[in-house]
Design a binder for this molecule. Sequence first.
Ligand SMILES: *[C@@H]1O[C@H](CO)[C@@H](O)[C@H](O)[C@H]1NC(C)=O
Ligand SMILES: *[C@@H]1O[C@H](CO)[C@@H](O)[C@H](O)[C@H]1NC(C)=O
Ligand SMILES: *[C@@H]1O[C@H](CO)[C@@H](O)[C@H](O)[C@H]1NC(C)=O
Ligand SMILES: *[C@@H]1O[C@H](CO)[C@@H](O)[C@H](O)[C@H]1NC(C)=O
Ligand SMILES: *[C@@H]1O[C@H](CO)[C@@H](O)[C@H](O)[C@H]1NC(C)=O
Ligand SMILES: *[C@@H]1O[C@H](CO)[C@@H](O)[C@H](O)[C@H]1NC(C)=O
Ligand SMILES: *[C@@H]1O[C@H](CO)[C@@H](O)[C@H](O)[C@H]1NC(C)=O
Ligand SMILES: *[C@@H]1O[C@H](CO)[C@@H](O)[C@H](O)[C@H]1NC(C)=O
Ligand SMILES: *[C@@H]1O[C@H](CO)[C@@H](O)[C@H](O)[C@H]1NC(C)=O
Length: 497
Amino acid sequence: MRSTFLSLLSLSVFAYAAVPSGTTSASAPPSSTPTKTSTCSFPPEQLFDQSIDHSVTSDKATFSQRVQVNNTHYKPGGPLFILQGDESSDMLCSEQFEFARWAPEFGAALMVIEHRYFGKSQPFGNNSYTNENLRFLTLDNVMSDTVAVVDWWRTNVTNGNGKNSPVIVFGGSYGGSLATFLRINHPDTFFGAVASAGPVRAFLPVTDDPDRFNRYGLVSQYWLDHAPEAAAKVRDGFKQLQEMVDAGNSTEIAQAIAVCDPPKKEERDAFLRDMAGIFGLLLQANTQYIAPLFNITGFPFDVIANRTLTAPSPLAAVNETINAFCLSSITTKGCFDWSLQCGDSIGVQETPFAYLKCSYFNFDQGDVAPGTIFAPTAPYDSTSSCQQTFNITPPTRTELVAKYHFDEATIRNTTRVIYSQGGVDPVRGIAPDQSWFEIAPTDPNAPRYVYADYATHTQDLAISFSGNDDPSLLRVRDQEKNIIKGWLRSANGTLNY
Ligand SMILES: *[C@@H]1O[C@H](CO)[C@@H](O)[C@H](O)[C@H]1NC(C)=O
Ligand SMILES: *[C@@H]1O[C@H](CO)[C@@H](O)[C@H](O)[C@H]1NC(C)=O
Ligand SMILES: *[C@@H]1O[C@H](CO)[C@@H](O)[C@H](O)[C@H]1NC(C)=O
Ligand SMILES: *[C@@H]1O[C@H](CO)[C@@H](O)[C@H](O)[C@H]1NC(C)=O
Ligand SMILES: *[C@@H]1O[C@H](CO)[C@@H](O)[C@H](O)[C@H]1NC(C)=O
Ligand SMILES: *[C@@H]1O[C@H](CO)[C@@H](O)[C@H](O)[C@H]1NC(C)=O
Ligand SMILES: *[C@@H]1O[C@H](CO)[C@@H](O)[C@H](O)[C@H]1NC(C)=O
Ligand SMILES: *[C@@H]1O[C@H](CO)[C@@H](O)[C@H](O)[C@H]1NC(C)=O
Ligand SMILES: *[C@@H]1O[C@H](CO)[C@@H](O)[C@H](O)[C@H]1NC(C)=O
């Protein structure tokens, strides 16, 4: 049985964004920003000697972890903004992110930490991905890595000047969940957090959890709300596709959509879930700067919805989204491996992400409920594939919450966290919900829910690549900056830097 590990579409996709020429708006990136950075430029990344196993107290074995540190605008006492790395296969660089623009205003230092086991931060070099060596990929170690680089920055990098600097951790998607976990579990190190679209709901086990339908329910709803006629064609196409899968008609499936290896009958649910997932990724990638990857100009959803409308048959209509995404310039080989889901080629490092999704981040990525435009699927349970692939049994949500406290009640009463969501992003369905938060808190430190109507997955964290982001997105970025100023002001009476 093939395992499927659906993608979240990490922040790394921003690194692929084409920076348009001739943008003169205030939010345009520096003209020398490279279009595809495998290493950082402002400034280059450096290596940090990190403990492989933080639970060992003496004679610690270490590895080189990549970090980027930028003290250009730092003023003693000013904050440190740190971006928590995620499942990206390349180093994320502060210059791709909005908070770097705030540095002069805040007198802030900037830092990025690459996540252990991703990119070049490999504890055992090229041998890091054996099951034996992957065992140090734990949430405790990941969090301790970030605490350790913050301590190093406070004492060594700033010669102690950063001792009392408030540290604000940023993260998106899986990294957004990590930002939440860091603020909750290490409040002495992290003064505040910005958690963009971080899933904290719908972890295993899934069978009784209605949240598991939220992600693809939102995708279906978006099609129905914004392209109803195209949605109706997609619905008909999925019905036919489902019938072909149930009939075991592999040849017909391969003619309808360009899968290299059509699903076997027993792979029915995994396949249909992944096909719905590609429609989810289209929405998650719905920005003009990602569009060139798919050889599209404009917003991918609008372009594909139009193509869907003019497609000659319902199956061809389904094919439009799948083709645009899966046969894009970066994945192209004429056909695609559906079990990897096409978005995974966009900068996600598969093996360690699959491992951590089995060991501590086993969120349920989405089943399809009856009544959507997609084909309904049986509950997804990664337990057997985790056992088979990595020989680990994923913990339940109850076990994880008991240890790391990311339950609704704790999120409601943990101060100084911004939970940001985009209206186009289906992942918001498995992230903290607006109803968890006070509508009009009088305490500036209250946790906040912020929302940009026309923004997608983690887009608030990115710089405005195109210079023409939607006003709702520009306003949310500004709102986040002002909320953070409120935290700092209330801690110190005045914002004295
Ligand atoms: C640090 O980041 C700022 C933007 O906040 C940038 O202007 C500056 O060039 C960076 N410093 C270095 C040394 O690259
Ligand atoms: C408050 O201001 C002092 C002096 O400027 C600084 O050392 C300290 O880090 C600030 N604390 C916070 C939480 O901003
Ligand atoms: C690890 O693999 C990469 C890519 O295959 C190779 O360039 C590098 O030399 C290898 N490093 C070691 C230490 O074997
Ligand atoms: C930081 O400085 C201390 C004191 O000089 C030193 O013992 C320690 O090794 C340094 N830490 C790192 C990570 O460089
Ligand atoms: C499956 O293939 C057979 C033989 O080509 C055909 O008769 C049947 O209609 C197909 N069923 C579906 C659901 O596509
Ligand atoms: C990109 O789209 C244009 C216009 O639709 C088309 O002519 C061209 O062949 C496409 N390029 C690729 C690589 O698909
Ligand atoms: C979609 O089609 C409509 C009607 O033809 C047109 O007005 C609109 O500009 C098209 N949108 C895109 C993004 O192509
Ligand atoms: C789906 O797209 C593939 C690749 O472009 C193409 O070969 C196939 O004919 C398409 N199928 C339909 C039903 O349009
Ligand atoms: C926050 O909520 C959690 C879960 O109910 C509880 O254990 C904790 O004591 C609360 N903390 C505060 C400061 O109220």
